[in-house]
Design a protein around this ligand. Structure first.
Ligand SMILES: *Cc1c(COP(=O)(O)O)cnc(C)c1O
Length: 460
């Protein structure tokens, strides 16, 4: 036992040292650090090896190769950082190792699920009966909502999809925007609706669904309709016009509006963004990430479904040894059966930030995005391609290939990290401010690094 505790103390000290050093590190690992990973190419040990040595390898060999995504200077992929309280809660959650599948397995997880659900719904302004399912991320949250939508729409047509499947079922029409996230298509494929079996409503120059075209699209469709809209386009941060979308859908008798709000859904927490989120709460379901902008650890996403019983219809499983229903049973509302108590980190962040802190997070990161965009828009050769409405900045330096050269130089420099995307058929650089640690000073410094790196690449 003493050895076990010593092992854990050493591990937590290593973890804390990592956290303490994060702001000073290069965001990217060095070539030599990456090469050292070859030390992991051992054969499977015949007899077990030392536990303390195993943790030492993790800390001293693997740790240095991590991207410093938990610091203030990582602007790639909308990858969030981790609040200290979330990391601390994860220490405890892992020590407890509760199975959050059923209240009988973990009354603690069940209680915190209920509290977190109530707080989230209040914070986001969703209908009181909205169910929340904690899953691994927005891809699975989207898939969960889409499965619930599919089954509800088909139930209205007299077809029980969870039992009978989709072969021979009435057709469900799926409508998405021209800039729907690639993983939304993946989620549609997962739930049998088909990634390509969709009607695409073109997007405008910010990536918003052209809602003016939606009535015409809907008029041509027969039968149930699932519309997938978006809160937070992954390049521009743009929001679809939900009021117009909901209005167009009100003519369809059997329809469901789903919103992919992986990071953008948190804009609902910021009262100053009321214009941006208008009509967002009119949807039937929403997907959000915890591990992006809420700054909890991987892997955490949330599926919100406003229609009572819909998640349960899709995900209930029946077995003789399962107890009769008592409270919210996660395994009957999510694709998982056994599951990690992801809600505990979410609860810990909401409790520590409060309503004001959540609004400030959205506001500050978005202000940082504006700061970066302002600096770059006045720097020679740069063009900011988006209206900065949230935490995303999309820029081009010269043309597509000089932008690629700039991105390579920024990543080689290592003080910050930004990645490429495709926009209007050419490469652009995407800067996503999603870390709670990033201050306006960090944003100013990051913009200066980008301008400095631009000075080192051949001009367009
Ligand atoms: C990141 C993202 C997703 C996928 O989220 P994961 O957590 O990676 O599964 C889906 N939609 C949008 C808009 C995103 O930004």
């Amino acid at each position: 036992m003493q050895d076990d505790l010593g092992l854990l103390r050493a591990a937590s000290e290593r973890a804390i040292r990592y956290v303490a050093g994060i702001d000073e590190r290069s965001v990217v690992p060095s070539h030599d650090q990456l090469m050292a990973l070859a030390q992991l190419d051992e054969s499977l040990p015949e007899d077990g090896l030392d536990a303390a040595e195993t943790l030492r390898i993790l800390d001293e060999i693997v740790g240095p190769t991590t991207l410093a995504t938990t610091g203030p200077n990582y602007f790639g992929f909308v990858n969030g950082a981790t609040y200290p309280v979330a990391l601390g809660a994860s220490f405890l959650v892992n020590a407890w190792d509760q199975n959050a599948a059923l209240p009988v397995m973990s009354p603690a997880a069940a209680k915190i699920h209920d509290v977190a659900r109530d707080w989230l719904i209040e914070l986001l302004g969703f209908p009181a009966q909205t169910d929340v399912a904690f899953v691994t991320g927005a891809t699975v949250a989207n898939a969960s909502c889409l499965a619930a939508a599919r089954d509800a729409l088909l139930a209205n047509e007299g077809w029980e999809a969870p039992r009978h499947g989709l072969f021979g079922a009435p057709e469900v029409n799926v409508v998405i925007g021209g800039q729907a996230h690639s993983t939304l298509r993946k989620s549609l494929g997962m739930v049998g609706l088909g990634s390509d079996r969709v009607t695409i409503v073109p997007a405008d120059d910010q990536g918003r669904m052209r809602a003016d075209l939606l009535p015409g699209v809907l008029a041509d469709l027969d039968g149930p309709v699932l519309v997938c809209a978006q809160a937070g386009e992954v390049n521009t941060g743009a929001f679809d016009p939900f009021v117009e979308i909901a209005a167009a859908m009100s003519e369809v008798p059997n329809a469901w509006l789903h919103v992919d709000g992986a990071f953008g859904l948190w804009a609902l927490a910021d009262p100053s963004r009321a214009g941006l989120v208008q009509g967002l709460s009119l949807a039937d379901s929403w997907a959000a990430d915890g591990h992006k902008w809420l700054n909890v650890t991987y892997d955490c996403g949330m599926a919100f479904v406003a229609r009572p019983g819909a998640l349960r219809r899709s995900f209930a499983s029946i077995a003789g040894y399962l107890p009769p229903e008592s409270g919210f049973e996660a395994m009957h509302h999510t694709p998982q059966s056994s599951q990690r108590a992801r809600q505990i980190e979410v609860w810990s962040v909401l409790r520590t930030q409060g309503r004001v802190g959540m609004a400030e997070l959205v506001q500050r990161n978005s202000d940082c995005a504006v700061t970066i965009a302002e600096t770059l828009s006045t720097a020679p050769g740069f063009e900011v391609l988006n209206e900065v409405v949230l935490n995303q900045v999309l820029v081009r330096f010269g043309n597509g290939s000089t932008t690629e050269a700039l991105i390579e130089e920024v990543q080689r420099d290592g003080r910050i990290w930004c990645g490429p995307t495709q926009w209007s058929g050419e490469t652009a650089m995407r800067i996503s401010v999603s870390s709670w640690k990033t201050t306006i000073e960090d944003a100013e410094a990051a913009a200066a690094v980008i301008v400095e790196c631009a000075g080192r690449v051949p001009a367009a």
